[in-house]
Design a protein around this ligand. Structure first.
Ligand code: ADP
Ligand code: MG
Length: 447
């Protein structure tokens, strides 16, 4: 592998992801070594490497392979950033004041409202984000978006930034991850540039801080964040905050901050459902068509992915990306069998083990009975039937033995479980309501 090849990979990436993303993320990388299937890339910070790995890793691997290099994965090493940033002049000079602003990340071109697929689990978050993106008078402040990894928080924030850029170019919009906020704060302290720091953050019109769970335990940064936050809210400037959990659940976050965060609108992104996942895959498929022209995926493969990878949209995308890379390498249409093979590691990792407790909880919610009643001794019809259905589902959907199931149903004997399972087997044939309910529950549990 020569640097000439690497330059070619960079050029390919540039046309694949656009000049803006390229400049922010790919250009700063250097190829250090490549052997035994691992390409070592130098990145300016661990965060940078991490982001590139998650977002562009598969594509870089694909293009490296196209240059004739057999690379299976990337490893990122942090290398000193460019001298201009790293070396400080001995005495501060007025000639080159380093503005804190010039390192702000550009919104990712791929993360717009157009590319965001809306479904039940995220419709509220989407609607709130849309409202904020209109740039009208502040109605809720802050907007607090939370949800698990890979459910679209960062995507929505970038989408807001894009749309505001178009609708309200007069506004100064700043997106920053809490990571970077911490880093800038510490650098400002070290370089005695706190005034610049404060000035910079307090002069924005819309401030978005992503992943504020990273402020956990960082007291002095929290303090500064709190002041920034208050200063902006007092001026009626819009704040948009995200975290992987609700404000109240972030450990070590000062009570003052928690209560301020809860003053605005708090919306969560729910885990995706099958329809949303399939919708996202269909949408992504179109963009992949332009990256990998002439490459195809057989019918049923997207459904297969949406069914089997339920955790995280990022993983889902990574899987699709890998399939396209594979298809273009082998020059054949990807079938479900090939997908199973090529994605076995991802599929194994997302195989969720359903627990007896989850089944019991779901069934009692469905029939609106208490969990304690489901497990307790009462034998009225309204309790006994759901209980037996839960037993049946446990037998069908888990690998637990009858005695194990019995133990979890209030220490019942395994013969009681066997009886319950048989009873439901009979009823499924004769009672279509029960058959439908079982099917509904099974789908909800397996989703
Ligand atoms: P989070 O910040 O919540 O961890 P991201 O916003 O980074 O998640 O989303 C992870 C990936 O999944 C991104 O590539 C994003 O574009 C994609 N994604 C998530 N939700 C959606 C959606 N509803 N429609 C389209 N893409 C989505
Ligand atoms: Mg994110």
């Amino acid at each position: 592998m020569t640097q000439v090849h690497w330059e070619q990979v960079k050029a390919d990436m540039r046309s694949a992801i656009g000049a803006g993303n390229y400049k922010s993320w790919i250009e700063p990388l250097s190829l250090m070594t490549a052997d035994q299937g691992v390409a070592h890339l130098g990145a300016p910070s661990p965060f940078h490497g991490d982001y590139v790995s998650k977002t562009y890793g598969d594509q870089i691997v694909y293009h490296l392979n196209r240059q004739g290099l057999s690379v299976q994965r990337l490893a990122f090493d942090t290398v000193a950033s460019k001298p201009a940033n790293a070396v400080k002049p001995a005495a501060p000079t007025a000639a080159a004041p380093k503005s804190v602003a010039n390192t702000d990340a550009q919104p990712d071109q791929r993360f717009t409202f157009d590319t965001f697929v809306v479904g039940k689990p995220n419709e509220l978050a989407h609607a709130a984000a849309k409202r904020v993106a209109e740039g009208g008078p502040t109605t809720f402040n802050p907007l607090f978006l939370y949800g698990g990894v890979g459910l679209g928080k960062t995507h929505l924030m970038h989408a807001i930034a894009h749309e505001l850029g178009e609708k309200r170019p007069d506004l100064n919009v700043l997106y920053i991850s809490a990571d970077q906020f911490i880093y800038r704060f510490i650098s400002a302290l070290r370089d005695r540039k706190m005034m610049d720091f404060k000035q910079h953050f307090r002069s924005v019109d819309v401030l978005m801080v992503d992943d504020i769970q990273f402020l956990e335990g960082k007291e002095s940064t929290q303090e500064e964040f709190f002041h920034t936050f208050n200063a902006l809210v007092d001026q009626n400037k819009q704040l948009i905050i995200s975290a992987d959990r609700a404000p109240g659940e972030i450990r070590d976050l000062s009570e003052r901050i928690k209560s301020r965060l809860q003053c605005g609108l708090v919306v969560d992104l729910h885990p995706t459902d099958f329809e949303l996942r399939l919708g996202i895959l269909h949408a992504k498929q179109e963009t992949y068509h332009s990256i990998y022209p002439g490459v195809d995926i057989a019918p049923g493969v997207l459904e297969f992915l949406a069914h089997r990878i339920s955790s995280n949209v990022r993983v889902l995308e990574g899987a699709l990306n890998r399939l396209y890379a594979l298809a273009s390498l082998v020059g054949r249409t990807v079938t479900v069998e090939m997908a199973q093979d090529c994605l076995s590691d991802i599929l194994r990792a997302s195989d969720r083990k359903l627990t007896i407790e989850e089944i019991q909880r779901k069934v009692s919610e469905h029939y609106d009975i208490r969990l304690s009643d489901m497990l307790g001794p009462k034998r009225t019809r309204t309790l006994a039937r759901p209980r037996q259905m839960a037993m049946w589902l446990c037998k069908q959907l888990t690998t637990r033995s009858l005695p194990e199931i019995g133990r979890k149903f209030g220490k019942r004997d395994h013969t009681t479980i066997m009886h319950g399972v048989r009873k439901i087997d009979e009823l499924r044939q004769s009672d279509s309501q029960i058959a439908d309910d079982l099917e509904l529950l099974r789908r909800a549990l397996e989703d």
